[in-house]
Write a protein that binds this ligand. Structure first.
Ligand SMILES: Cc1cc2nc3c(=O)[nH]c(=O)nc-3n(C[C@H](O)[C@H](O)[C@H](O)COP(=O)(O)OP(=O)(O)OC[C@H]3O[C@@H](n4cnc5c(N)ncnc54)[C@H](O)[C@@H]3O)c2cc1C
Length: 396
C-alpha cells in the first residue's frame, strides 16, 4: 500500500492552497493532491465568463501541471470513495488504498439538481464546474429563450450574463422577492426592479414538469400554476450539496465540523473550504464557509497547521460576497436570516440601502449593502469591534 505524509482530497482552491502551504512548510514530505475534475485549480467564481464566451477555459486556470511537478506535489485525477480514519487510509475510485499521516478534506459541494420529471433532458444545466460552463456556452449559442431557476448568487449573475448576450431570459423563484431569506422586503424591491429590466420573473413559483421535443431537448416548462413557459435551455442554481459521502459519519453530519485551527474531531483530519463549518473566534460560534476568500485562506492555514501541530494558527475571517452584477450588492458576515436568533434592521434606504443583522444581544453579526459595496468595510469593522446596534446609530 502506498503511503503519503499528506493526502489532500479535493483539488479546488482550498485543497490546492493546502498542498502548496504544506510543501512550503515541509520541503521533504510526500504530498498527493487528489481531485475529481480533469483541470488543475481554476477560478470557479468566473466560470460564468466561460458560459457567456467572454473568456476561454484556459484563461481561468490558476496553475499548470508543470507547476505542481516543479513543487513535487503528486496529482491524481480521480474520485475518493472512502476515508477510514481508524486505519488512516483512503480508497480511490479504482479500489486502490492509500495510507496517510494527515489528510486535508477540501471537497466543496456539487450543484443541487431538480427532481422534477424532465430535469435530465438535454439543455438543462446545473452550474458548478468549468465543464458545466463549457456545456452551457456550446448549447446556448443558437438558442434564445433561456430559463433560470433559483433565487441565489448564481441565478442573479446568470440573468445579467444572458440578458447582456441579448437572450430572452425568464427567471423562476420560490420566494416573494429575491433573496427573501437574506434581505428585507425594501432591499428585495430594489433587486426586483434591477432584475425586471433583464428578465421576465415568476415569483412564488415552482416547476411542475419539464418537457422536451422529439430529440430529447428541453422545449417547455410547466409551473404549478399551470402556466407554460417555452424554453430552449435552462440553468439551475438552487444551492449546493456537500461532497461528504466518503467521510465517516461521526466526523461529518451536515458538514465537516472543524475548530479554529481547521482540525476536525480526529487530530489527523483537517478541513478547508465549502465543506467545513468552523469555529470562528471573533463571532464565538461555528459558521459555515461558502466564499472563495474563506476557502483560499483556510487552505493555506490548514496546510500550515497540518505541519506545525505544536504551534497552530487560528483561522478567522469575516466572510463577504459581492455577486458579479452591475448593481453593486455586498453581503458581509452572517446573512442568512434566522428570526429565532437574529434581527435585521434597515438603517439606510436612500441611494444606498444598508441592512444590519444582529444577534439576540443586539451585537452586529452581518449586513447587506446595495448601491455601494465599499461600505461593506464599515459593516465588517462593526462586526470586528463587536459593536451593538445602538452604538453604531450613536456613531452615525
Ligand atoms: C458560478 C459560481 C460563482 C461563484 N462566485 C463567487 C464569488 O463571486 N465570490 C465568492 O466568494 N465565491 C463565489 N463562489 C463560491 C466559491 O467558488 C467557492 O466558495 C469556492 O470555490 C470553494 O472552494 P473549495 O476548494 O472549498 O471547493 P470547490 O471549489 O468546490 O472544490 C472542491 C473540489 O473537490 C472535488 N471533489 C469533491 N468530492 C471529491 C471526491 N470524493 N474525490 C475527489 N475529489 C472530489 C470537486 O470535484 C472539486 O473540484 C462561486 C461559485 C460558483 C459555482
Amino acid at each position: 500500500m502506498k503511503h503519503y505524509n499528506y493526502i489532500i482530497i479535493g483539488a479546488g482552491i482550498a485543497g490546492t492552497n493546502g498542498a502548496i502551504s504544506i510543501r512550503k512548510e515541509a520541503p521533504e514530505a510526500s504530498i498527493v493532491l487528489i481531485g475529481e475534475e480533469q483541470y488543475p485549480v481554476y477560478s470557479r467564481v468566473n466560470i460564468g465568463k466561460v458560459a457567456s464566451d467572454a473568456k476561454s477555459p484556459e484563461d481561468l486556470l490558476l496553475k499548470t501541471e508543470e507547476q505542481f511537478q516543479a513543487q513535487n506535489i503528486e496529482r491524481i485525477i480521480t474520485r475518493v470513495e472512502n476515508l477510514n480514519s481508524q486505519n488512516k487510509t483512503i480508497t480511490l475510485d479504482n479500489g486502490e488504498i492509500l495510507a496517510y499521516d494527515k489528510v486535508l478534506v477540501a471537497t466543496g459541494g456539487r450543484a443541487r439538481r431538480l427532481s422534477q420529471v424532465g430535469s435530465d433532458l438535454k439543455g438543462v444545466f446545473a452550474f458548478q464546474t468549468l465543464d458545466d460552463a463549457i456545456g452551457v456556452r456550446d448549447y446556448i449559442r443558437d438558442k434564445n429563450k433561456i430559463t433560470i431557476v433559483g433565487g441565489g448568487f448564481i441565478g442573479i449573475e446568470f440573468v445579467e450574463l444572458l440578458s447582456n448576450l441579448g437572450k430572452e431570459v425568464t427567471l423562476i423563484i420560490r420566494d416573494e422577492w429575491y433573496w427573501q431569506g437574506m434581505i428585507d422586503q425594501i432591499g428585495g424591491n430594489i433587486i426586483n426592479e434591477y432584475l425586471a429590466k433583464r428578465a421576465k420573473i415568476y415569483y412564488e413559483s415552482e416547476i411542475k414538469e419539464i418537457r422536451g421535443n422529439q430529440i430529447g431537448e428541453i422545449s417547455e416548462i410547466e409551473l404549478n400554476s399551470g402556466e407554460i413557459i417555452p424554453t430552449e435551455a435552462m440553468c439551475v442554481g438552487i444551492g449546493l450539496e456537500l461532497n461528504k459521502d466518503f467521510l465517516p459519519s461521526e466526523l461529518c453530519n451536515r458538514c465537516l465540523k472543524v475548530n479554529q485551527y481547521l482540525q476536525s474531531g480526529d487530530e489527523n483530519i483537517f478541513g478547508a473550504g465549502d465543506i467545513v463549518e468552523y469555529y470562528d473566534i471573533l463571532q464565538e460560534q461555528y459558521i459555515g464557509s461558502g466564499t472563495w476568500a474563506q476557502a483560499s485562506l483556510q487552505g493555506m492555514i490548514a496546510g500550515y497547521n497540518m505541519v506545525h501541530t505544536e504551534a497552530m494558527k487560528e483561522f478567522s475571517l469575516i466572510p463577504a460576497y459581492c455577486p458579479k452584477t452591475s448593481l453593486a450588492i455586498a453581503f458581509v458576515g452572517q446573512c442568512r436570516l434566522n428570526p429565532e436568533t437574529m434581527q435585521s434592521i434597515v438603517i439606510e434606504q436612500g441611494d444606498r440601502y444598508v441592512q444590519v443583522n444582529t444577534n439576540a444581544d443586539g451585537k452586529i453579526i452581518g449586513g447587506v449593502v446595495i448601491g455601494d459595496s465599499a461600505y461593506m468595510g464599515t459593516i465588517r469593522k462593526w462586526i470586528v469591534e463587536k459593536l451593538k446596534l445602538d452604538e453604531i446609530i450613536t456613531q452615525a
